[in-house]
Ligand binder design. Structure first.
Ligand code: HEM
Length: 183
């Protein structure tokens, strides 16, 4: 897996652009100050990894998908606390390495067998829920496919590319047009 450097850059950039945990909280244990604002002990501070990840002072052209920002030289210059899809500090996600390993294996397995194409006419944008989900303009078709990918639960069967989503436990009864085309 360590040789899949470009796959890793794609995943790093995807988690920057669309951190599934788009807001988080911390409680202050002492009186403190943030950006000149006094914050008393016992306050809840809400912050957004999504906002941090789109900060133009850190990321040039922040809304552009550019895996090459994570080439080793560029990556070194990026402060560690400005890429926080797994949080930071003592309560950082305990499953970060497992999550990255799952994403790497799933993405490498999919793109080595399939060409992925956006469904013509569809626009996918993030939908803010407790975690970020992609939202497509035709929810019946593209959202199902994409949520399957993001949940790591994609199954593609046969050349028709029919998709089963363990999210809702159903298999599509009728074949749906698939965004996946076999090589
Ligand atoms: C892409 C996948 C994942 C993302 C984006 C993610 C993200 C996060 C985030 C943002 C936090 C809060 C960290 C903080 O407050 O600083 C968290 C906490 C946590 N995550 Fe994940 N996570 C992922 C996968 C996993 C996996 C695979 C596991 C288990 C194997 C896991 C287990 C946990 C646990 C137990 C905590 C609570 C840690 C604590 O409070 O001490 N996560 N995760």
């Amino acid at each position: 897996m360590s040789r899949l450097t470009y796959t890793n850059r794609v995943i790093t950039e995807t988690l920057r652009l669309y951190p599934p945990v788009w807001f988080s909280t911390r409680a202050t244990s002492t009186d403190t100050e943030l950006g000149g604002h006094p914050i008393p002990a016992g306050s809840m501070v809400i912050f957004s990894p999504y906002q941090v990840h789109h900060e133009p002072r850190v990321y040039h052209d922040p809304y552009r998908f550019d895996p090459d920002r994570w080439e080793p030289d560029h990556a070194k210059a990026t402060p560690r606390t400005t890429w926080i899809p797994f949080g930071a500090g003592a309560r950082k996600c305990i499953g970060a390495n497992v999550g990255i390993a799952e994403l790497t294996i799933a993405l490498a397995a999919i793109v080595s067998r399939w060409h992925l194409h956006p469904v013509p006419g569809e626009k996918v944008r993030p939908r803010a829920q407790a975690v970020l989900f992609p939202q497509a303009t035709a929810p019946d078709r593209a959202t199902t496919s994409l949520s399957s990918i993001t949940s790591g639960a994609l199954r593609v069967r046969g050349a028709q590319g029919r998709i089963r989503t363990p999210l809702n436990g159903t298999t599509s009864a009728r074949p749906r047009p698939s965004p996946f085309r076999p090589r």
